[in-house]
Design a protein around this ligand. Sequence first.
Ligand code: ADP
Length: 378
Amino acid sequence: MALRVGVIGGGQLARMMVPAAVELGIDIRVLAEGPGMSAAIAATAEGDYHDAETVLAFARDVDVVTFDHEHVPQDVLRRLEEAGVAVRPGPAPLAVAQDKIVMRRRLSDLGIAVPDWAAVHDAEELGRFLADHGGRAVVKTPRGGYDGKGVRVVSDPADVADWFVAVAEAAGDQALLVEELVPFTRELAQSVARRPSGEVVAWPLVETVQRDGVCAEVLAPAPDSAGRLADVAEETAVRIATELGVTGVLAVELFQTADDRLLVNELAMRPHNTGHWTIDGATTSQFEQHLRAVLDLPLGATGAHAPAAVMINVLGGPGDGDLAARYPAALAAFPEAKYHFYGKEPRPGRKIGHVTVLGDDLEDVVYRARSAAAHFDD
Ligand code: ADP
């Protein structure tokens, strides 16, 4: 009988696991939040992942449960484990990815370099942090943020007065995360995959370019990173995966500083936007690897097919969003470009697809990838 993987969440990450599952002969099932989701092609169920009964019913017929996102509540994850379901990654590592304060605390305890940070409960505590850090800092809501939503650069506690109101009104001991505004020279990302039996593999370190808090471009491998920088990034990600007991793909977002230190910004315990280039650019894509890892199968080779791969995100714009009308011109202009669209309604700023181009010369590959993606700009 085929191995059966259940994915909770019907976004584009679940969707991109589908071709890999088909190739490996894995029976993939998706619990989508509702109709019309990106992974509707594989959705066998629709329902609310906050509801333990819904998730338990979905999990009954699979060998392992994994995720399209990190938002499944801890009590639901624990219920699954109590019912004997293999949950990968498990509740303990996911707790670290679900809350940025928990993450900062855990990484600091492990002695892993992170931006200087504090948990602040009110304007006075934030004021003290600002005074100690040159008057400017980055404030983040610990939970539920993505694509820069929930991240603000502040110079006055009043800049996040609305967030403090929410903190004060919330149940339990809530706080905001504040951290130093890191004067990074660039952003990098290191992806690894780990299986329950302990095997860990790493892909090449990549450079990521963010625009308005959203990943815009990924260069693989990161230019000028061979040697110590790549080694430190890989060691850091392998150590985090191992210490936290992550199963599946772990993406570690990093800041590189002027003196070539690496600080960990974010962790994602699932395939990640910064690893999309691996679909076309590496022997084993992050989606195939995630399935292998959560099923505790031997992991695939991670080498790159070409000296340079560039991935550009396609975002929705204010136009009519008629993507199909663009296909003839785009596909004719760059027959070597690999297009991936997510079947999503193209709202402004929303990630609706990506383009990857491979080649020998980075500058040329960047030019071709940007030009190919520009066919879909509104
Ligand atoms: P999200 O979870 O919404 O993706 P991140 O914490 O990854 O939020 O932050 C989004 C972007 O904001 C980062 O990629 C980086 O460009 C910028 N940023 C985040 N934290 C800092 C920081 N401490 N110093 C400087 N820039 C930051």
